[in-house]
Write a protein that binds this ligand. Structure first.
Ligand SMILES: Nc1nc2c(ncn2[C@@H]2O[C@H](COP(=O)(O)OP(=O)(O)OP(=O)(O)O)[C@@H](O)[C@H]2O)c(=O)[nH]1
Ligand SMILES: [Mg+2]
Length: 434
C-alpha cells in the first residue's frame, strides 16, 4: 500500500450526495480520528460494511453527518484499504471534510491516481483502465457499450492472447537457430508463415474497429450543403423534430451554420445546416458561404441537397440527395409531402456514408489513440517478420526480432510491459477522483 490519498469522486456542484474516496496505508487510523464518536471505530469494523457517523473537525465541531463505506485490501477498487465517505453535496461540505483529511495526513489524489493504483495492484489491466475513462466520457450508448466491453476485458484478453502467441512463435523461430544449416525441420517455415499471417489478421481486425469506435466516442460531423433554397434547413428541422432553423422561400436565408446533436444508432452526430452555396450578393451571406465551405472541408460526411432545377455539382465525396420530389415528380425525397419517408431515406444515407453498424455488440474494440498506434506498430513489426521469414534460414534472426517487437508493442497496451511514461500517458487524461 502507498501513502493515503483522497479526492472528491463525484462531480462538484449541487447534488444530494458527494462521495469522497480515501485510499492507502493508514486510512483506518485517519477515519478513526475523523469519526471519533463512532463505536466501534472504523478500524474495528469488518470489510464491506457501512456505518452512519458524525465527522468532526480539529476543534471537535461537527463537519457533517456521513455514511462511511469500509473496504479492505485487496478487495477494493484500488486494491488498498479504502474508506468512502458519502457526505452532503454542494460546494462547501466536501471541501471542509477534505480539508480535515489533509490535516490528518492524506494528500490530494492526482488525476486517475486511484485507477493507477488499481493497475499497479493488478486489479485491472491498462485497457480496462482506459475503458474506465471512456465509460465516464461516453457521449452516446454506442460508446458506452464499447467501453463496457473493454472494461469487462474484451480487448485485454484479445491483446493478452496476441502477446502470448507472438512470443511463442518468436521462441519457436529462435529455437530453429540451434539447427545446423540446411537441417531445418520439414515444413517448419511454411507453418511459421501461417501462424504469422494469422497474427497479422488478428491485429488488422482489431485496427479495423478504430474508425467506427472513434466516431462513437468523438461524434461525427455531418454537413447539410447545397444551393440556396435546396431545403437544407427544412431537412435539419425534420431530423431534429423541432423548428430549429429558419425556413423561408427566400434564397440565402441561412448564414451562420446551425448545429445540433442527434444520436444515430447510438453515435452522436453533429448535424450542421449551412448557408446555400452560391456567388453571394452580400458580405454577410458571402461569409456564411465561406463558413459552409470550411465545415464541408472537415466533415465526416456531407449530404448535398439538390432541388429540382439546381445544377448537379456536389463537392467531391459528398452524397447527393434530391429534394422536393413532390415538385419534380422525379426521384428523391420530399420533406414536406412525405416527412417520414424523407427522414428514413436521409438516415439510411447517413448510416452508409459513415459506415455505421460494423461493430459487433460486445466485441473487443480499439478505443484510444495509444492503442491504435501500438497496434499499428505491431502490424509493422509483424510485416517485417513475415518478409524476413520469406527469406528462409537467412531471415530467422530478423524474423524473431520482429515478432518480439510486435509482442512488446502489444504488451505495452495491456500493461504486461510498462514504464512510468506509459502510465503517465494512460492516466494523464483521467479526472481527479477516478
Ligand atoms: N414543395 C416543397 N417545398 C419544400 C420542400 N422542402 C423545403 N421546401 C421549401 O423550400 C423553401 C426553402 O427551404 P429551406 O429549408 O429554407 O432551404 P435552404 O436550403 O435552407 O435555403 P437557404 O438557407 O436559403 O440556403 C421553403 O419555402 C421550404 O418550405 C419540399 O420537400 N417540397
Ligand atoms: Mg437554410
Amino acid at each position: 500500500m502507498r501513502e493515503p490519498i483522497a479526492a472528491l469522486a463525484t462531480a462538484p456542484g449541487l447534488g444530494g450526495v458527494a462521495l469522497i474516496r480515501l485510499s492507502g496505508e493508514g486510512v483506518y487510523a485517519i477515519a478513526d480520528r475523523l469519526a471519533p464518536r463512532l463505536a466501534p471505530p472504523p478500524s474495528a469494523r469488518p470489510a464491506n460494511t457501512f456505518a452512519h457517523a458524525t465527522l468532526v473537525g480539529a476543534d471537535g465541531a461537527t463537519l457533517d453527518d456521513a455514511v462511511l463505506l469500509f473496504y479492505r485490501a485487496p478487495r477494493s477498487y484500488t486494491g488498498e484499504d479504502t474508506v468512502e465517505l458519502c457526505v452532503h453535496g454542494g460546494r462547501f461540505v466536501a471541501e471542509a471534510v477534505l480539508g480535515r483529511l489533509w490535516e490528518l495526513g492524506a494528500r490530494p489524489a492526482g488525476p486517475g491516481e486511484f485507477t493507477r493504483r488499481a493497475f499497479l495492484n493488478g486489479r485491472l489491466d491498462l485497457t480496462q483502465a482506459e475503458a474506465v475513462a471512456d465509460l465516464i466520457a461516453a457521449r452516446g450508448p454506442r460508446a458506452e457499450r464499447a467501453a463496457r466491453a473493454n472494461l469487462e476485458g474484451r480487448l485485454g484478453h484479445a491483446l493478452a492472447a496476441l502477446y502470448d502467441d507472438a512470443l511463442a512463435l518468436c521462441a519457436d523461430v529462435e529455437h530453429l537457430l540451434d539447427f545446423d544449416e540446411g537441417e531445418l525441420p520439414e515444413g517448419f517455415l511454411a507453418q511459421a508463415e501461417g501462424r504469422l499471417a494469422a497474427l497479422e489478421g488478428r491485429v488488422a481486425a482489431l485496427l479495423a474497429t478504430w474508425r467506427e469506435g472513434r466516431l462513437a466516442r468523438e461524434g461525427a460531423l455531418v454537413v447539410l450543403a447545397g444551393r440556396p433554397n435546396a431545403g437544407k434547413s427544412t431537412l435539419l428541422n425534420l431530423l431534429l423534430g423541432c423548428e430549429r432553423a429558419i425556413v423561408s422561400p427566400e434564397p440565402g436565408t441561412t448564414r451562420d451554420a446551425v448545429e445540433e446533436t442527434l444520436l444515430l444508432d447510438g453515435v452522436p452526430i453533429r448535424l450542421a445546416d449551412t448557408a446555400g452555396l452560391r456567388e453571394a450578393p452580400g458580405a454577410v451571406e458571402r461569409e456564411g458561404v465561406a463558413r459552409a465551405r470550411a465545415l464541408i472541408a472537415r466533415a465526416d460526411a456531407v449530404l448535398y441537397l439538390i432541388a429540382p432545377g439546381d445544377p448537379e455539382t456536389p463537392p467531391p465525396g459528398a452524397i447527393p440527395l434530391r429534394t422536393k420530389a413532390d415538385l419534380s415528380g422525379g426521384p428523391g425525397v420530399s420533406a414536406t409531402a412525405d416527412p417520414e419517408g424523407a427522414r428514413a431515406v436521409t438516415l439510411g444515407l447517413l448510416r452508409r456514408a459513415l459506415r455505421l453498424g460494423g461493430g459487433e455488440a460486445g466485441a473487443a474494440e480499439v478505443a484510444t489513440e495509444r492503442q491504435r498506434a501500438g497496434l499499428a506498430e505491431a502490424a509493422a513489426a509483424l510485416g517485417g517478420a513475415r518478409r524476413a521469414l520469406a527469406l528462409g534460414e537467412a531471415g530467422l534472426v530478423p524474423a524473431a526480432q520482429g515478432l518480439r517487437a510486435a509482442a512488446e508493442a502489444v504488451g505495452r497496451l495491456s500493461g504486461r510491459v510498462w514504464g512510468e511514461d506509459v502510465l503517465d500517458r494512460v492516466f494523464g487524461r483521467f479526472c481527479v477522483g477516478k
